[in-house]
Design a protein around this ligand. Structure first.
Ligand SMILES: Cc1cc2nc3c(=O)[nH]c(=O)nc-3n(C[C@H](O)[C@H](O)[C@H](O)COP(=O)(O)O)c2cc1C
Length: 207
């Protein structure tokens, strides 16, 4: 029995492709894994705050010597880290915005990448503190397309960034499903959506 952390980050509601596809995956997964639990977070509609000066001061002050103000400043981050660490698997719906992730998702990453909580620095360099057996499935939505092996691939800063930052905290088993070509005409859009839905069905069976 696994606890899945499902996060959406599109500011759109019913029109969001990443949201509808991550929902499709999670509902199908629940049908076939009824014992699993799902924790849902909607960064698109309920964003977490950007880190600020008191957050930074608190993050770099040991918990036992934090003032009540510093403890308060890092409280939400602590609960987001707790939520992340309590999950066994991750399903993220992430639109591509300006070649990368939306700022809502970046604000979340800034809250959960924490020295001493999700990564540490030791004799062998950086080490992630999230159990490396935990898997992530990331469903992206993109207006364009950035196929591997083409010049356009260099514009995809989204998948490399997410692989790097998740790997940095220990999540190294990361699968991507890209719903792309969404703004390249009906034919390309429908073809890509069909491929993404097929990949989702396969992931439900094999993830
Ligand atoms: C502010 C903004 C920036 C975008 N930047 C890109 C981009 O760099 N590359 C791309 O392929 N599509 C881009 N798009 C298109 C979105 O990725 C596409 O519409 C996607 O479906 C949005 O996700 P959603 O449907 O889950 O809301 C952008 C859209 C917006 C609103």
């Amino acid at each position: 029995m696994a606890n899945i952390l499902h996060i959406d980050s599109s500011p759109r509601g019913d029109r969001s492709i990443s949201r509808s596809l991550s929902y499709e995956f999670v509902t199908s997964w629940k049908d076939t894994h009824p014992g699993d639990t799902v924790t849902y977070r909607d960064l698109g509609h309920n964003p977490v705050p950007h880190v600020d000066e008191s957050w930074i001061a608190a993050a770099f002050t040991p918990p036992d010597v934090r003032t009540p103000e510093l403890t308060e400043a890092i409280k939400l981050s602590d609960s987001l880290v707790d939520e992340l660490l309590a999950a066994d698997r991750y399903v993220f719906g992430v639109p591509m915005y300006n070649l990368n992730i939306p700022s809502t998702f970046k604000a979340y990453i800034d809250q959960i990448v924490r020295a001493g909580r999700t990564f540490t620095v030791g004799e062998n360099g950086y080490q992630g503190l999230v159990d490396s057996s935990k898997k992530a499935l990331i469903i992206t939505s993109r207006g364009g397309t950035f196929p591997a092996g083409t010049p356009a691939a260099a514009y995809d800063l989204q998948e490399p960034y997410l692989r790097t930052i998740l790997g940095f905290i220990g999540i190294i088993d990361v699968t991507f499903i890209h719903a792309d070509s969404l703004n390249l005409g009906d034919t390309a859009r429908e073809k890509s959506l069909a491929a993404a839905k097929s990949a989702i069905a396969q992931a439900v069976a094999n993830w």
